[in-house]
Design a protein around this ligand. Sequence first.
Ligand SMILES: Cc1ncc(COP(=O)(O)O)c(C=O)c1O
Length: 390
Amino acid sequence: MSKERKQAVPAFIDLAAQHEQLGDSVERAISAVLKHGQFILGPEVAELERQLASFCGARHCITCANGTDALLLALMAEGIGKGDAVFVPAFTFVATVEVAVLAGATPVFVDVRQDSFNLDVESLEAAIGEAKRRGLKPRCVIPVDLYGQPADYKAIGEVAEAHGLLVVADAAQSFGASRDGQKVGTLAPYTATSFYPSKPLGGYGDGGAVFTDDDDRAGRLRALRNHGKAPDQPDTEHVGMKSRLDSIQAAILLEKLRLFPREIAARQERAERYAEGLGSVVKVPELMAGATSVWAQYTIITERRDELAKACREAGVPTAIHYANALNSLPPYRQVLAAPAGLRQAEWLAERVISLPMHPYLSDEAQDLIIGTVRRALTSRKAGVAHAAE
Ligand SMILES: Cc1ncc(COP(=O)(O)O)c(C=O)c1O
């Protein structure tokens, strides 16, 4: 990336700068796939699965076509469906609830916490009670590691165990992070992640993976992603789906994985710099005790979101809103059962969150421009609304 581009307009996520770091290694890796021609489940896929499992310490990694399928495959591998309640946070990307419906189960919304943006355990317990009263069988909870920070799997695991629930971690945004010294991929019986291009570890197209330590589960997932045909069986044994990672994407991800540890460290450094520059004027994200984040998004909370977005736009600073709606307000999910005390935090956050540019190649200069713009916008008027003047 040229110096001029850095100074002019900070990118929200700068894949071009990353590509420059990779040199021509990606082109060479793609070219190798073109030469051997095993485009589906080729050697790069097996190698990537081996390296990803080793990266996070999980026994098995099963790649697939995208993060949404990764979640669905986990539900299918457990036969979750009609009459089963699947608990999902109301503040997340739509895929988390979508898969419960696609599996034929009944989703139930759970509220989130304002401090971590992640699932609220008390709300989960109340939602389980509500589902039982409605004659549903509580089967599964899908905690989401929003913006890159793992949910509280210890507390969630205790509730899940008490009620016989399976935990499927939605780690689409958090691969590379950890909680209490354990890496994402090993925090739940199933962990689903995404390699969508803008994710911390992203390909040049769609991709996803499921992690598990259980040999039987891994075997079922390998069959389900390939029309229900296990690799060692001559033909289909179960109804499956077609959800495989292309060899070309695997080859690209193998190259990107080499940069990933350095990129995670750079993201953390950028997050600390934001907290230092903005912590006195706006609510910056917090890490929970024992958690690390890969900062898929750097998301702040403000009562003056529209004003801030406008000031950023005028200064050439891109922003995004993840997410402008709690899922219970989206048309297909308005009738979904919710925790009895409601989804107040999810709705509150949806009105106040705004994400700033975050990527490992954000220069000091670009970040100073962003910090200066946000500080000016939030301290310009309305003294006392939030924080001290600059
Ligand atoms: C929390 C969450 N879950 C699931 C997904 C789905 O991943 P994919 O887009 O790879 O299907 C995403 C992707 O944005 C996500 O952010």
